[in-house]
Design a protein around this ligand. Structure first.
Ligand SMILES: [Zn+2]
Length: 330
């Protein structure tokens, strides 16, 4: 276990322990990593975690103060935590590994997209602490045996990526003393960011699912999940707790990031109409799905005009949805 005065992930000093150490896990609020619960028993690379947390927790969540990420040994432990912190999200090792950029150019793209979130308006500068800059630039803080890299080794990694960003006229500034960084995105950086944002949802594997969370729809939810996974996409189904008004910005962001969306209208949930309309307005493909009796019993006129997958059993739902995705999305 780590020295108590340092963050377990980034090693920085600007953090607080939100709750006393509890068995195998610590609940930390760090100026670099955001709010998260960390289980010492996990085997996720700390370098992966530091960058993942910085980009996905510290600078991404529109409701960052209410939310934290946790790594708990079991689903049950997570459910328990969620009772106290309803915005907690369980992050798996697979998700972190899938997110982490593999190549140098993927890292550069992720850095530029991250910088665009920090830049309040075109031409504005933003400041970062050195720890944040290291997480943002994917600096290796640890050797493969778990020992820490030296300060010189970290500085030279920072200098290497920073000079690449400067030489390509993506950014101006950076760090000169390896303490803090002051950065301005240049027009060339914005140009690259625009290209990336345009392609982001086109190449996305995510599919947003809008549907009722009623108990009676549990099996249908699993059928939708299966159909999407079987076609090679990743279903994003917000759970009941996430799915309340306070997180509308988060939900709309998920829709924006999705390649297409599945809207299940059984039980006429108003949220589903809203989400489907929003996605259609963004020019996304929206696959409409509805159980037969519900479709005949009061589906809204505007939606009834659209070619809808009508189902009677969950098996039929999974099969028809699979076929529709294959036929229309690829
Ligand atoms: Zn940290």
């Amino acid at each position: 276990m780590n020295d108590n005065s340092k963050c377990y992930i980034c090693g920085g000093n600007s953090h607080i322990q939100v709750e006393p150490l509890n068995g195998d896990s610590a609940f930390i609020q760090c100026d670099t990593c955001g709010r998260f619960r960390y289980n010492f028993a996990n085997d996720i690379s700390k370098d992966f975690l530091a960058s993942f947390l910085y980009y996905n927790c510290k600078i991404s969540s529109p409701i960052a103060d209410k939310r934290y990420f946790c790594f708990l040994g079991s689903e049950a432990e997570f459910k328990e935590t969620q009772k106290k912190y309803p915005f907690a999200r369980l992050i798996t090792k697979q998700e972190i590994e899938a997110w982490y950029p593999r190549t140098f150019s993927e890292k550069i793209d992720t850095i530029l997209l991250g910088f665009s979130k920090l830049s309040k308006y075109d031409g504005s500068s933003f400041q970062m602490t050195y720890e944040q800059y290291c997480s943002a630039l994917f600096v290796k803080r640890y050797n493969s045996n778990g020992s820490e890299t030296t300060q010189e080794e970290r500085n030279s990694q920072v200098a290497f990526i920073q000079s690449y960003l400067q030489e390509n006229n993506f950014i101006k500034g950076g760090t000169s003393n390896f303490e803090g960084a002051l950065i301005t995105l240049l027009p060339n950086g914005f140009k690259r960011i625009d290209e990336l944002q345009k392609n982001q949802s086109l190449n996305s594997k995510k599919v947003f699912v809008a549907m009722s969370f009623a108990e009676s729809m549990k099996n249908a939810r699993e059928a939708v999940r299966k159909a999407i996974l079987d076609t090679g996409y990743i279903p994003r189904i917000m759970d009941e707790i996430e799915h309340n008004n306070q997180i509308v910005p988060e939900m709309l962001y998920e829709i924006k990031q999705s390649k297409f969306i599945v809207a299940e209208f059984t039980e006429h949930n108003k949220g589903v109409y809203y989400e489907a309309g929003y996605a259609a307005g963004l020019g996304k493909e929206v696959i409409h799905v509805c159980k037969e009796d519900s479709f005949n019993d009061g589906i809204h006129f505007d939606v009834k005009q659209i070619n809808t997958i009508i189902w009677k059993t969950e098996n039929e739902l999974a099969e028809k949805l699979f076929n529709r995705i294959k036929a229309t999305i690829e």
